[in-house]
Design a binder for this molecule. Structure first.
Ligand code: CIR
Length: 255
């Protein structure tokens, strides 16, 4: 059984962190409706969705991916790179404790889950503005006893590694080559996004289905032509907060 942890959209999302986007008005009710539809898509993909209540004082708290990395063996609670997001960590830790032993990234380390791409036993971490060397080293120290390698990867032009590359089918990644080099990920088949859709590299593989934003029809066609059907979702309001589809859930095997 797959578990998907989500959190409702904060009433304060208008004050979200923005790095590469201009601030635009976010329609809260629409964002919440889109988020509910996203949760329903995950449920249809076979996940048991544990939907946590919104935290109105924490604007970016809907983006639960950034506050933890859940391996089969252990959960690692992040210390987010953006100071405004650090309090999110203490809200996720007790939730994860029901499923895994929990450990924490400690200061001076910073790490955002959005920078962590796991491909089997290989974990890649983007050298973004949010994740530093100490955070990456701490992740390596936790994960290597379980047989994972942790490799830090140069990237540029986007917020998180998973803005630039995600796994869209077993052994297949979708990449924006302007932001990261697929060669850094070793033995994978790489599909490129349509260059007119720079934010299109973020898809969420859950229960063998690819949850994918409606906003990127050209790249969506490329995926389907490559034999990868998509489950389309409209996350346009969350995209204004620099989020996409992986960021809104933590998906892992239940116990
Ligand atoms: C932030 O800047 O932290 C949020 N506004 C967006 C986080 C999106 N998360 C992700 O890509 N993993």
């Amino acid at each position: 059984m797959l578990i998907a942890i989500t959190r409702g959209v904060s009433a304060g999302i208008a004050a979200c962190e923005l790095t590469h986007l201009e601030r635009q008005a976010i329609d809260l009710e629409r964002a919440r409706a889109q988020h509910r539809a996203y949760e329903e898509t995950l449920a249809r993909a076979g996940c048991r969705v544990e939907s946590l209540p919104a935290l109105d004082e924490l604007p970016d708290s809907v983006f639960v991916e950034d506050v933890a990395v859940v391996l089969d063996e252990i959960a690692i609670v992040m210390r987010p790179g953006a100071e405004s997001r650090r309090p999110e960590a203490s809200h996720i830790a007790p939730v994860l404790a029901a499923y895994r032993r929990v450990t924490f990234i400690q200061a001076p380390g910073t790490l955002d889950g959005g920078d962590v791409l796991k491909l089997g036993r290989r974990i890649f971490v983007g050298q973004s503005g949010r994740s530093n060397e100490s955070g990456i080293e701490q992740l390596r120290a936790v994960a290597w006893p379980y047989g994972y390698t942790v490799t830090s990867v140069p990237m540029s032009g986007c917020l998180h590694l998973k803005s630039a590359i995600t796994e869209v089918a077993p052994g297949v990644v979708l990449v924006n080559p302007a932001w990261v080099t697929a060669a850094a990920f070793g033995d994978v088949r790489a599909l490129e996004i349509d260059p007119d859709e720079p934010y299109a590299a973020n898809g969420l593989l859950a229960g063998g289905r690819l949850v994918y934003p409606e906003a990127f029809p050209r790249t969506g066609k490329r995926l389907e032509a490559a034999g990868i059907p998509i489950e389309p979702v409209d996350v346009s309001e969350l995209q204004k907060a620099e989020g996409a589809v992986t960021c809104c859930s933590l998906v892992f095997a239940g116990v």
